[in-house]
Design a protein around this ligand. Structure first.
Ligand code: NI
Length: 195
């Protein structure tokens, strides 16, 4: 049976998640939660998962963008999105400490988004600081799709969902996105939808 991921409208998704202390991070219950999050993210599958999405209002995210996930996407689209594989990792109490003024706009969806997808503008580059599962400090400099994933997941810890950033007129079901928009350039979509 597939694990349940909370969907838009659930109040937990709108809460500010709690920070973890060093003791919390090193506890058996956090280790178990991280294992569970990893499995749920793989099962979904998704490129990121935040603990609030499984009903735990805690500042933990898991991220992995597998090369496998990009099989159906053209080399041109991958290059446009600056999307490269990202190995599995965990971030605890993450904060964006720098973001570029330069932005990129692409269709984005969420495992909690009830199969909605839409155009979302994000900073092209971010610098994030946080802790890993050993409670060691980490600093990440990310660009392109990875920077987008980080912004999306960190938003979850602050009660923000990607639908909050979507150009409303671009909001689409996944089925209609695949049918009408997926193979158009973002510029074409923006023009056609007036986004
Ligand atoms: Ni999400």
């Amino acid at each position: 049976m597939k694990h349940h991921i909370l969907q838009i409208g659930n109040p937990v998704l709108r809460q500010i998640a709690q920070e973890l202390s060093i003791t919390d991070i090193l506890s058996a219950s956090t280790r178990e939660l991280i294992d569970l999050m990893k499995n749920i993210m793989w099962e979904a599958p998704g490129v990121g998962l935040a603990a609030p999405q499984i009903g735990k209002s805690l500042q933990i995210v898991t991220i992995e963008d597998k090369a496998d996930y990009t099989r159906g996407i053209s080399a041109e689209q991958l290059a446009e999105r600056k999307r490269r594989a990202v190995p599995f990792h965990i971030l605890i109490n993450p904060k964006i400490i720098n973001k570029s003024d330069e932005q990129a706009e692409f269709f984005e969806a969420c495992l909690s988004g009830n199969r909605l997808i839409g155009l979302v503008k994000r900073a092209l580059r971010v610098q994030v600081k946080g802790l890993n599962e050993k409670a060691e400090p980490v600093i990440i400099d990310a660009e392109g799709w990875y920077a987008r994933i980080l912004q999306h997941e960190i938003d979850h810890l602050n009660g923000i969902l990607c639908i909050d950033h979507m150009c409303p007129r671009s909001m689409s079901t996944l089925e209609n996105y695949t049918h009408y928009w997926k193979f158009k350039s973002v510029q074409e979509v923006q023009k056609e939808l007036n986004c």
